[in-house]
Design a protein around this ligand. Structure first.
Ligand code: FAD
Length: 474
């Protein structure tokens, strides 16, 4: 029998075949079976210095070898409890975190972060294992979570994205009365209006919201803070307020942006995910991307637009001014969309959207780029190649080039400091400097990851708890 090389022997997560998955908004990553999960868990070396490796690389510092060992021992409830000490939403993070840039990128089988050298193996599939644990617990029911007696303090959280949801989780368990005010009719933020259900099934987010409700969190939907109710009123009514409104304003800003067929990513994703354009004509309102669309961008949002447009039966081209290695999307997701038929134009910068006499999009003029000196982010700066302009004929263009903060909730608040991008300034405790007002997630960092928003939410919860309990003592 051939000798098993465990460090190379990573168990791939079963997937729907590309030709099947492109027809459906059902999740395509099918998850580990029990035997695959236990086998994968046994690949972990349970490094004694994991706090310098995978744990350190995780923005919420999950005890990764700790929970993986529990899986190998068959103690899934123990594994779940270990994860939620740091990350309240394992089923979500297991699905959406860019693990190859975080925990898996620092797995010793693959990369020795202490010695700074590449090893020969493939990392333990930490994300798929986290997802497995979260899914098993979700499917067997609810695990009772401890809750402290009431402190008598009331906190309002604005927005129901991962930053607020994680903040709500801790504050509710610590005995505070938590009220979440959300503009949309559902909780989840980008996890429900942005990320397609093909990557994150909505039942998972709904289950986490139910879990929070069981902890006593009260949700108020359809509240646009700054319109329906003011932030000032919340600050007067509650003992503390957390601002977790994200950065959900779409960006375009290109010549030809007025043409019919030009969309921001957020518009497309919201119309498909929340307004059910994908279910049209049975339900919802349609979205017209024509026969061929060009998605501009190279992050999560661009991938999600490609996934969505492919499932609507549209030919998809993606235009990105950098390379695959320097993109912020998950590496495997580029493979997934290419397997599904997307055509990627690396090192390509759009210059102008071209329209016909009726004002409809007929093409996107682009220029080829080459890599130059590193920019302020340390990534090589893309530089245009003179004379390399070309046109991609298309019926629509979707701009997935980052979101901006939407200040409706907090404009005009005296003493609130904003950055030049309109995001909210906070100190290391996520305190804004306005009495009782804390903030975290994308509204602070302008757009990052779900797990970073969770980390902000939990750190802010700790600071809010201290703020409230110190007030109780005095
Ligand atoms: P959000 O998730 O944006 O939630 C903010 C909430 O506040 C929203 O529900 C909004 O309706 C509400 N709100 C806004 N203004 C008001 C107001 N005035 N009153 C009341 N409510 C208000 N990250 C990953 O880690 N993995 C991924 O795969 C991934 N994919 C992404 C795909 C897309 C399309 C996008 C846009 C982002 C993606 N990200 C991903 C980034 C990640 O989703 C965000 O960093 C994260 O959701 C930020 O969380 P948040 O709670 O700060 O804000």
């Amino acid at each position: 029998m051939a000798k098993q090389i465990r460090y190379l022997d990573r168990n791939p997560e079963p997937m729907l075949e590309p030709k099947e998955r492109v027809k459906t908004f059902r999740e395509y990553a099918l998850g580990y079976s029990v035997s695959l999960a236990v086998d994968e868990a046994k690949r972990c070396l349970y490094c004694k210095d994991a706090h310098l490796r995978c744990i350190k690389a995780c923005p919420v510092n999950v005890d990764i070898p700790g929970f993986i060992k529990k899986i190998a021992e068959g103690d899934l409830i123990g594994a779940y409890r270990k994860i939620v000490e740091a990350d309240p939403f394992p089923s979500i993070c297991g699905r959406v975190c860019p693990q190859e840039r975080q925990c898996e990128g620092a797995c010793i089988l693959y990369y020795d972060t202490v010695k700074g050298r590449r090893n020969k193996g493939l990392p333990v599939s930490i994300g798929a294992l986290e997802k497995f644990v979260g899914d098993v617990i979700r499917l067997i029911g609810y695990i009772e979570e401890e809750k402290a007696p009431s402190t008598g303090k009331r906190v309002a959280l604005v927005g129901a994205g991962p930053a607020s949801l994680s903040c709500a989780y801790d504050l509710a368990r610590w005995g505070h009365e938590v009220h979440v005010y959300e503009a949309l009719p559902k909780a989840g933020g980008v996890m429900i209006y942005g990320i397609p259900s093909a990557r994150l099934d909505r039942s998972i987010v709904d289950w986490e919201v139910e879990r929070l409700k069981r902890l006593g969190v009260i949700f108020h939907f359809g509240y646009v803070i700054g319109r329906t109710k003011s932030l000032k009123a919340l600050l007067e009514e509650y003992d503390a307020v957390f601002l977790g409104v994200g950065a959900g304003r779409g960006n375009i800003g290109f010549k030809g942006e007025h043409l019919k067929g030009v969309y921001s990513a957020i518009e497309v994703l919201t119309r498909v995910n929340l307004l059910h354009a994908k279910d049209f004509p049975d339900k919802g309102v349609p979205i017209n991307l024509g026969k061929k669309t060009v998605v501009v961008g190279g992050g999560f949002t661009a991938i999600d637009c490609a996934i969505t447009a492919l499932r609507l039966g549209v030919e998809v081209h993606v235009v990105y001014r950098r390379t695959r290695e320097t993109s912020s999307a998950k590496d495997e997701e580029w493979d997934h969309i290419m397997e599904e038929g997307a055509i990627i134009h690396w090192l390509t910068q759009p210059i102008e959207i071209i329209g016909d006499e009726k004002g409809r999009v007929v093409g996107l003029k682009c220029i080829k780029m080459t890599l130059g000196e590193p920019d302020s982010s340390g990534r090589p700066r893309p530089v245009p190649i003179e004379g390399s302009e070309f046109v991609i004929e298309c019926d629509s263009v979707i701009f997935a080039i980052g979101q901006r903060a939407n200040p409706i909730a907090y404009e005009g608040i005296e003493g609130l400091r904003l950055t030049k991008w309109g995001t909210v300034e906070v100190d290391e405790n996520f305190y804004t400097g306005v009495k009782g007002l804390f903030a975290g997630g994308d509204v602070v960092n302008g757009g990052d990851t779900v797990v970073r928003a969770i980390s902000h939410g939990r750190k802010a919860a700790k600071a809010i708890h201290e703020y409230l309990t110190q007030e109780v003592k005095t």
